[in-house]
Every structure is written in structure tokens, then in C-alpha cells.
Design a protein around this ligand. Structure first.
Ligand code: MTE
Length: 309
């Protein structure tokens, strides 16, 4: 568990992937401790209130750092997979503020450091399944979004949360073209946002988040298609209405509000039954809720997931 501020990590200290994978042996041991605690054992010294360790499979190889940071979707920097790595270097991420608005008791504009340094940055290895049919396994660094929601105190009317990415065409050349209705917006139901798997991500592979991956902060909801995982957030708004989301506005019959990974509901132009892990040739079966059904299926009980896709 890394508790250092990610921006304190100098490039000379960056762990190479082989050493990093050895470290995973240690992480697995730590996961064992987590399981013992879940089973009721009392272990003095463990962080109180530690979130249950997110599910990940030991058999799954991590996607190499080069692919995680070199093959991206971040349309603000271009629509090609290599454009973000090429064009995002110029983005100024310090200072950075996030404004919290709408149905909350504590609306304010926060410096991002105020919002990310108070919380323990845990390693969370999640599969990311992109709606386009590829997937990666990525060791993110972050903490549950519920920490922020507790802090901002939504009022009893709030039912949804809307997130907005920076709008600055001078720094984000992709925004000079109307590929999407800028700025990029995304939204979650409040109970989805409060789910412990919904993660505020501040780093990847033990280092601070590269710009192309959404610096300084982005979200990850591992059971949803990747486009829900909005990058470079500048605004969080609590509301009683389902917010508009960029991809739903762009193509409403192709991208729904929920966007839960679902092998049984095809995209109108292609099947979602299989996926290709970046770095592999074979195609794998796509799992319902990207394999996180045990944790999240209850959120959608009784809902027709063909209608609410
Ligand atoms: N956030 C913003 N602001 N702009 C984007 O274009 N692309 C989304 C999501 N978040 C996107 C975004 C899509 S389609 C995916 S698959 C993931 O980011 C990719 O995240 P990664 O590049 O870190 O793998």
C-alpha cells in the first residue's frame, strides 16, 4: 500500500516492471491479511476502515506500462490511440482546482492537493474493458470516491453526480475539432458513485498519473465500459436529474448512461461477447459486469439491462 504523495515520486525511483511484478508477491501476501480481517480476525496495526481489497485475479498478467501509457483514448488530445501520449505532455496539471457544486452542503473550489493527499493511495488492479472490444489489466493507485462524497455531504435530494473534464482548447488540441460536444462530461447514480469499487485514480504502476491517462485525477469504474472513466476532472456536480454524458449525446443509440459491461447486449455495430487483451492475439469471453458482478449486480436488481444499457 503506497501512502506517498504520487507527485513526490521522482522518475529515478520508478520501479521497473520486473521489480514491480516481484512486489506483487508482497501485495498478494497483503491481500491475504485483508482476507483474514474480513473473516473476523483482529490484527492490531492494520488501518481501521480499510476498504475490502478489490477483486483481481493472480493469473492475469498486468498490461505492460508502455501499453497502458502509450495506447489511450483521450479525445481532447486526438482520436488516434497514440495521440494522447504524443500531445498531452503540454497539459499543465499544477495548480489544478476541482469545483464541487449543486446539491451539497459543502460546495467549494478545492485545490486538487487538498483532495488527494488526505487519503491513502491503495494499489487497485482492475481490468479496463473498452467499448471498442479491447481490454487491459492495470495497477491503478487511488481510493474510493465515497471518501469525497462523505466529505462534500450531498443533500437528501441528490441522486446523481456529474463529472466534467477541463475545457481548454489551447492545451487540448482535440477540442478545436467538434468530435464531441466539449467539455467531456460523465455521470453516475449516487449509489454507483458511492460503491467502494468506484475509484478516484491518482497514479498508475506506482507512479503519478501520466497526462495521457487523465492527470491529475480521473475515475475508474471497473464494471463499466472505459468511456465512463472520465479523465482530468475539474468539476463535480450533485443533482436530482440524470446528467447528460458525452458519448450518449454523441450517439444515443450506441452509448447508454449505464454502460455496464454486458456480453449479452451488443453494440449496434458489433458484438460485445468477446474482447482482446492488449498484447494477446486470442479473444477472451467478456464477463458480465467485467467480472465484478458479485460486487455490483445488486445495484441493478430488477432493471432491464437491455433498456438501461
Ligand atoms: N475522458 C476524457 N475526458 N476524454 C476521453 O476521450 N476516453 C474514455 C475514458 N475517459 C476519454 C476519457 C475512454 S473511451 C476510455 S477506454 C478510457 O478513458 C481510456 O483510459 P486509458 O487511456 O487510461 O486506458
Amino acid at each position: 500500500m503506497l501512502i506517498r504523495k504520487p507527485t513526490d515520486i521522482r522518475s529515478s525511483e520508478i520501479t521497473d516492471e520486473r521489480v514491480y511484478l516481484d512486489r506483487r508477491g508482497f501485495m498478494r501476501a497483503a491481500a491475504g491479511i485483508g482476507a483474514a480481517v474480513a473473516a473476523g480476525a483482529s490484527l492490531p496495526g492494520l488501518v481501521a476502515g480499510m476498504a475490502p481489497r478489490p477483486r483481481f485475479s493472480d493469473e492475469e498478467e498486468l498490461t505492460p506500462y508502455e501499453a497502458v501509457t502509450g495506447y489511450n483514448n483521450f479525445y481532447e488530445f486526438g482520436t488516434g490511440k497514440e495521440d494522447p501520449a504524443r500531445n498531452a505532455g503540454q497539459l499543465v496539471t499544477k495548480p489544478w482546482t476541482i469545483s464541487v457544486e449543486g446539491m451539497v452542503e459543502k460546495p467549494a473550489t478545492y485545490d486538487v492537493d487538498e483532495l488527494i493527499f488526505p487519503y491513502t493511495h491503495e494499489e487497485r488492479i482492475y481490468r479496463l474493458r473498452c467499448v471498442e472490444g479491447w481490454s487491459m489489466v492495470i495497477p491503478w493507485l487511488g481510493f474510493s470516491l465515497s471518501n469525497w462524497i462523505d466529505r462534500f455531504r450531498p443533500t437528501s435530494q441528490a441522486r446523481y453526480v456529474e463529472f466534467t473534464t477541463l475545457y481548454d482548447p489551447d492545451q487540448m488540441p482535440g477540442q478545436r475539432r467538434s468530435v464531441l460536444d466539449w467539455p467531456y462530461v460523465e455521470g453516475l447514480r449516487l449509489d454507483e458513485a458511492n460503491h467502494p469499487l468506484t475509484t478516484v485514480v491518482v497514479g498508475v504502476y506506482g507512479r503519478s498519473l501520466p497526462n495521457q491517462n487523465g492527470a491529475p485525477v480521473r475515475l475508474i469504474m471497473p464494471w463499466k465500459y472505459g468511456f465512463k472513466s472520465i479523465k482530468s476532472i475539474v468539476k463535480i456536480r450533485f443533482t436530482d436529474r440524470q446528467p447528460a454524458t458525452s458519448w450518449n449525446v454523441a450517439a444515443p443509440n450506441e452509448y447508454g448512461f449505464y454502460a455496464n459491461v454486458n456480453p449479452d447486449v451488443d453494440h449496434p455495430r458489433w458484438s460485445q461477447a468477446k474482447e482482446r487483451r492488449i498484447g494477446e492475439f486470442r479473444r477472451r469471453e467478456t464477463l458480465m459486469f467485467n467480472g465484478y458482478g458479485d460486487q455490483v449486480a445488486h445495484l441493478y436488481q430488477g432493471m432491464d439491462l437491455r433498456r438501461y444499457f
